[in-house]
Structures are given as structure tokens and as C-alpha cells.
Design a protein around this ligand. Structure first.
Ligand SMILES: Nc1ncnc2c1ncn2[C@@H]1O[C@H](COP(=O)(O)OP(=O)(O)OP(=O)(O)O)[C@@H](O)[C@H]1O
Ligand SMILES: [Mg+2]
Length: 403
């Protein structure tokens, strides 16, 4: 078959056939996430010690308050044991004890983008685990899926093939058909996380924007303005951008008030990330000339998918630590079968009640995920004036976290 036949022929030709077969496979993979009980739910529970830590009160105080009938207790299982605390119960306790970590009204919500034009570096793994880390600690999070591959949308319980129409994505707002982003926000199975979903057709937004953008760079600020219409009810807005340099990924760079760049310490990923920085500087420079000024409250690199068994990776990671200093987050996100196995099931490590591999691997993975997200949490809190006294008290106040 000639290329001309391939492109112009109608009916069944190889690309068409392969497309339809792979859609079938994807549909059955995704259906596994939703079947048989329909809507995804969060089954993860926390024991009283974990709950006490998350709430910021002792286990004894929680037990006493429950005994006084002031707090609901977790339901009992068939064997009489308590099920553990759901995130809803933990959030009720936070409300009762006034220990919610929300920003003050005068503090600005942080718009954090995990950007890198290179594909597969761990942007979505960071975005989804960070969203869940922050929501588990009681913050109000909005997660925006900017990638038409829509894996984050699936992971949060929505089937992009069946449920997400064009009017449910950012497209209507970006094309000027809606005046706020209110219509696109939906709850997820994870208490404290709302999301704006994506689906394959969101890819067209790129072209439709391109058709309108000609000389009108302010269109690239659309996402930023859209986020501003709904930001006041959140502490943190997390962006999960697509790979490649396009209008959507540039819109994410403009909308963000903080950037974390995941970088696997492999030669090819490091080379691409270096190119990403020149493109980033070029793009920001061009935008500035057109009056669009993107500035970040913090900017960090993060070691991602780090495989310590590979000597070249260890060597690159060491160079990165030396060269980037404080701009590199201290905790590396290692290459872990826990993350890979969870994402193969359209889940995260934080959703698991127990290990998918071994207990040690699971524990180690939780340690580095908590570690890197705690660093990000401290950076986020530094941007909020209301948090300065608390950070000082905790010995965490750094005078200069900007840059
Ligand atoms: N730390 C990790 N350990 C093991 N596997 C990982 C890790 N981080 C990500 N992965 C896996 O690598 C693949 C790519 O990761 P992810 O989807 O997060 O990257 P991405 O940058 O969002 O990709 P894309 O550019 O396609 O959006 C996924 O299969 C994911 O499960
Ligand atoms: Mg992704």
C-alpha cells in the first residue's frame, strides 16, 4: 500500500484498523477501573495514630472527644474491629478541632505546574500524588488535566471516552464561550480534590486556539484568567500539562505561579530538559516583549524515576545536586515498581491500603513521596504571609525561597 493510499483511502486501511483495535484495548483497560461498582471510591483508611497525626491532636484527645459523643466513630467491620478513619472523618475532626491548614483569605492560592516538554518524565505521577498528598493533609486542591491523553482524568474516576464531552473540558472557556471555569469543575472520589477533566478531543483546543491566536498573545493568558475565576476556594491548583511545546503547555507556564520540573537523571532526559530550559527562557522572553509577564514564587527541579542501580544515573544525579544546589528538591523520586504497578491500574500509591509489591518497597516509596511533597508543602506555605509565624515556630522559615 502506498503512502497516498494510506492517507487518502477510505474504509479499512492499516492506520484505521490499528486505531480501532487499540481503542478497543484502551476501552477495556479503562473499563476495568470503573467496573463493576461504577463510580470510583476511595477505600483507603487511616488508623488512629495516623489520623491523630493528620488531624494535629493526640489519639487520646480524639478518643475522649468520641467518647463524649462529639465526634463520629469509624464504622465497625463484621469482625467487630473498627474499619479505620476515612478522609471524610479526618476532615470532620479537623473542622471540630479547627486544625484545617487552609491559607488565610488574603494569601494567594498557589498555581503549581509540573512542567517539562519531554514526555514520560513523571509529570502526571507528580501531579496526582501531590494532589492527594495535599488533600490528605486537609488542603483544598483543584487538579487540572491539560493532557488529551487524559490518564489523570481516568485516575480520578472519570472515563474520558464515555463521560467527558468537549463542553466538560477547558475548551469552551479557552475559546471564549464561557465567562468562568465554574462549569468545568467536578468533585472526585478523593475528598478535598476537585478536578477539571480532559479527553482526547481536548487536543483540538490546541489548533482552535492557534487559529485565534494570530498576533493576539493575550489568548495565551486565558487559562490564567480562567483559573482566577475559581481560585478563591482552593489553596492549591495543580496543573498536569501535556508533553511538547504547544499553546496549552505555554498557557500552563503563564498560568502557573510556581514550577516544579521533574527530571529523570538519564542522559536523554537530561539533554531534553536542558533544551526545555532554553525554550522556556526564549518563550518567557518573547511573551514579555508582548506584555505577558510570567513570574514564579518558587521554581524547583525534582529528580524523577531515579534508578540508583544504574551508575550513569547516579553520576548525573550527583552532578545535578552539585550544579543546581537549592533549586533541586532534596528528596529524589526513585524509580519504583509501586508507582509503575499502581499507574498500570490507573491508581496511585497513596490509594493503596497495602503494598502492591513488597512491604519494604511500598514503605520506601511512601517515604520518598511524602518527603518530596513535604518539601513542596513548605515552599507553598512560604508563599502565604499568614504562615510566616508558624514556619518560624517550626524552625522552617527561610528568608529567600524565591527564584
Ligand atoms: N517514580 C516512578 N517510578 C516508576 N515508574 C514511574 C515513576 N514515575 C512515573 N512512572 C511511570 O512512567 C510512565 C510515565 O510517567 P508519567 O505519566 O507520570 O509521565 P508524564 O511526564 O506525565 O508523561 P506524558 O509526557 O506522557 O504526560 C508511567 O507509566 C508512570 O507510571
Ligand atoms: Mg502526563
Amino acid at each position: 500500500m502506498t503512502v497516498a493510499n494510506l492517507l487518502s483511502g477510505s474504509g479499512v486501511y492499516p492506520i484505521d484498523l490499528v486505531k480501532r483495535r487499540s481503542e478497543e484495548v484502551l476501552r477495556s483497560l479503562r473499563n476495568n477501573v470503573f467496573a463493576p461498582e461504577g463510580r470510583k471510591t476511595l477505600r483507603r483508611c487511616w488508623n488512629i495514630q495516623e489520623a491523630a497525626k493528620l488531624v494535629g491532636r493526640s489519639a487520646q484527645t480524639i478518643r475522649n472527644t468520641e467518647a463524649a459523643g462529639l465526634l463520629a466513630t469509624p464504622p465497625r467491620l463484621a469482625n467487630g474491629r473498627r474499619e479505620g478513619y476515612s478522609l471524610e472523618l479526618i476532615n470532620n475532626m479537623r473542622a471540630y478541632f479547627s486544625t484545617r491548614p487552609w491559607r488565610a483569605d488574603d494569601d494567594e492560592p498557589v498555581v503549581l505546574s509540573f512542567s517539562n516538554f519531554k514526555g514520560g518524565v513523571g509529570k502526571s505521577a507528580f501531579a496526582t500524588h501531590s494532589a492527594q498528598y495535599f488533600a490528605t493533609r486537609g488542603y483544598r486542591v483543584l487538579l487540572i488535566d491539560l493532557d488529551s491523553q487524559a490518564s489523570t482524568t481516568t485516575l480520578f474516576g472519570y472515563n474520558p471516552d464515555l463521560e467527558i464531552e468537549k463542553e466538560h473540558t477547558l475548551t469552551p472557556y479557552l475559546l471564549g464561550d464561557e465567562s468562568t471555569l465554574e462549569y468545568a469543575v467536578r468533585h472526585t472520589h478523593w475528598p478535598g480534590i476537585d478536578m477539571i477533566p480532559s479527553a482526547l478531543h481536548f487536543y483540538n483546543a490546541e489548533y482552535e486556539m492557534a487559529a485565534q491566536v494570530s498576533g493576539n498573545v493575550t489568548l495565551l493568558e486565558s487559562l490564567k484568567f480562567g483559573i482566577a475565576t475559581i481560585a478563591d476556594r482552593y489553596d492549591l491548583i495543580i496543573l498536569d500539562p501535556p508533553p511538547a511545546l504547544g499553546l496549552i503547555s505555554i498557557s500552563a507556564l503563564i498560568a502557573a505561579s510556581a514550577l516544579v520540573i521533574p527530571v529523570p537523571p538519564s542522559n536523554t532526559d537530561f539533554a531534553s530538559t536542558t533544551h526545555f530550559f532554553s525554550m522556556l527562557l526564549d518563550t518567557l522572553g518573547t511573551l514579555r516583549k508582548h506584555g505577558v509577564d510570567a513570574r514564579y514564587k518558587f521554581f524547583r527541579l525534582a529528580l524523577s524515576k531515579y534508578d540508583e542501580r544504574k551508575s550513569t544515573q547516579v553520576a548525573i544525579a550527583d552532578v545535578m545536586k552539585r550544579v543546581f544546589g537549592e533549586y533541586l528538591l532534596k528528596t529524589p523520586v526513585k524509580d519504583s515498581a509501586e508507582i509503575d504497578n499502581a499507574s498500570a491500574r490507573f491508581e496511585t500509591v497513596y490509594e493503596q491500603q497495602g503494598p502492591l509489591t513488597s512491604r519494604e518497597t511500598h514503605q520506601r516509596c511512601l517515604e520518598f513521596l511524602d518527603g518530596v511533597n513535604r518539601e513542596i508543602e513548605i515552599l507553598v506555605r512560604h508563599t502565604w504571609p499568614s504562615q510566616q509565624a508558624a514556619l518560624r515556630e517550626e524552625g522552617l522559615l527561610k528568608e529567600n525561597t524565591h527564584g
